[in-house]
Design a protein around this ligand. Structure first.
Ligand code: FES
Length: 124
């Protein structure tokens, strides 16, 4: 059912856990499956210097989160915002149709985290 890349990220997720020194956090949940994803970012000079995730989610959510952290690390905020769930699916070598929403969580969590970053900056 899952590609080899999905299985690799599921078994050995990259950038998992809380991020010390994060200055933005994005939390999303999917009401239908009940899964939750939290993305932490440390943004400096408009660049995602570090990123990590925590999830109470399925294998596809874990793999999507893991691969998306690799994809946005070192990218500008604008480049990170441009990452779509279809890019996550492609990077994973595909996801089963009923698991596409898991990759949407990854896209939305990044957007929420960057919203959080912009909000915090506005409040400074
Ligand atoms: Fe909902 Fe995967 S089944 S995030």
């Amino acid at each position: 059912m899952y590609s080899e890349t999905v299985m690799e990220h599921f078994k050995d997720p990259h950038n998992a856990g809380r991020l010390e020194g994060a200055n933005a956090v994005g939390l999303v949940g999917n009401a239908a499956c009940g899964d939750i994803l939290k993305i932490y970012l440390r943004i400096e000079n408009n660049v995602v210097e570090d990123v990590s995730f925590e999830t109470f989610g399925c294998a596809a959510a874990i793999a999507s989160s893991s691969v998306v952290t690799d994809m946005i690390k070192g990218k500008t905020v604008e480049e990170a915002l441009a990452v779509k769930n279809a890019d996550v699916v492609a990077a994973l070598g595909g996801l089963p149709a009923q698991k596409i929403h898991c990759s949407v969580l990854a896209e939305e969590a990044i957007k929420n985290a960057i919203d959080d970053y912009n909000k915090r900056r506005g409040e400074q």
